[in-house]
Design a protein around this ligand. Structure first.
Ligand code: UD1
Length: 309
């Protein structure tokens, strides 16, 4: 039994992690400022976790609440490329400054390891595919810059303070509990809720942009492995967490329309600023260092997600 601390625990990734850890008999503590998530995500587990509504930038309070834990899983973020373009400062405060605050709290509290939710957006658009961790980052949006800054803070706390930090670059995570009610929601949640409401969805661009859509159970498994792996293999390192395959938006739309028996075609609008064109993970490094292997394909994840709505 280990003690885990989750930032952003009311978000859909944070709450999925909490559920999996409780099921394995671990102790779970966590914080969320509930600015873009709903405590209803925690209703089934609230009595089994130690939860406090708190912003991650309240470093001293965070540190006090963190004392005694073994692992910190840092999921709290304002996760959206367009949001970071519309309001870069609040996005920076949550994503970059917030990560610094979590690391400072973890170091002072004597935590042994922090696993950080990094982002595939760090790669930007590059000629080579799939994206490998050895490629030089080329962030296109403020969001990508902020998430990359977080990675560099994690690496520097390992180098300077010996705080074990592991960066997991998530590739477009989706699954049950993902918010769908905001213009900043992930595309899968948006398309499913549009189709269920009988409304037309919008595709930004020509729909030929691709993503390595990764079911949340794969991300949960990568986090648990990142906590268990030997320090020499993972501290200060970056790992892609995806499936190793990608789908275009047009294929995603067609697959969901088939599953939900939805007839209407999407509306096409101008491509979004800061949008990456192609995104697919090379997961060989995570396979060899973490023993990671996707537990769910894109299609399996989609079936599970649709049946949740
Ligand atoms: C990016 C990151 C991802 C991160 C996420 C956080 C990349 C490759 N991925 O995701 O790792 O978790 O930010 O928010 O940078 N779209 C539509 N219609 C819609 C909504 C979106 O066509 O209604 C399009 C977008 O323009 C984009 C794709 O769908 O091309 C995916 O969008 P979204 O789900 O918002 O994620 P990314 O911005 O790709």
């Amino acid at each position: 039994m280990a003690r885990y601390f989750i930032t952003g625990i009311a978000g859909f990734i944070g709450s999925s992690l909490a559920r999996a850890l409780l099921a394995s008999g671990h102790e779970v503590r966590g914080v969320d400022n509930l600015s873009c998530s709903d405590s209803s995500n925690l209703s089934d587990i609230l009595s089994d976790i130690d939860f406090c509504q708190m912003d991650i930038n309240e470093t001293d309070r965070l540190c006090d609440f963190m004392r005694g834990v073994d692992f910190v899983l840092h999921e709290a973020a304002l996760a959206s490329v367009p949001r970071s373009i519309n309001d870069p400062m609040s996005s920076h405060t949550a994503n970059a400054t917030g990560t610094l605050s979590v690391l400072m709290a973890a170091q002072t509290a004597g935590v042994s390891r922090v696993v950080y939710a990094a982002s595939s957006s760090a790669y930007g658009d590059q000629e080579a595919h799939p994206k490998h961790e050895s490629m030089c980052p080329a962030p296109l949006s403020p969001y990508a810059v902020q998430k990359l800054a977080g990675e560099n803070y994690v690496k520097s706390f390992w180098a300077v303070h010996g705080l074990e930090g592991v960066c997991l670059r998530y590739f477009n995570v989706f699954g049950p509990g993902q918010a769908a009610d905001s213009p900043y929601s992930g595309v899968i949640a948006r398309f499913i809720t549009d189709m269920l409401a009988g409304e037309q969805s919008t595709i930004f661009g020509d729909g030929f942009q691709s993503r390595d859509f990764t079911y949340v159970a794969n991300v949960v498994s990568a986090n648990l492995l990142a906590c268990q792996a030997p320090r020499e293999a993972v501290a200060g390192e970056v790992f892609n967490v995806g499936t190793g395959r990608s789908q275009t938006l047009n294929t995603l739309y067609a697959t969901l329309a088939r599953i939900l028996d939805f007839q209407a075609a999407p509306t096409y609008k101008k491509m979004r600023a800061g949008d990456v064109f192609q995104s697919q993970a090379d997961i060989s490094r995570a396979r060899s260092a973490l023993g990671y292997s996707p537990t769910h394909t894109f299609e399996q994840g989609l079936e599970e997600t649709v049946s949740w709505y």
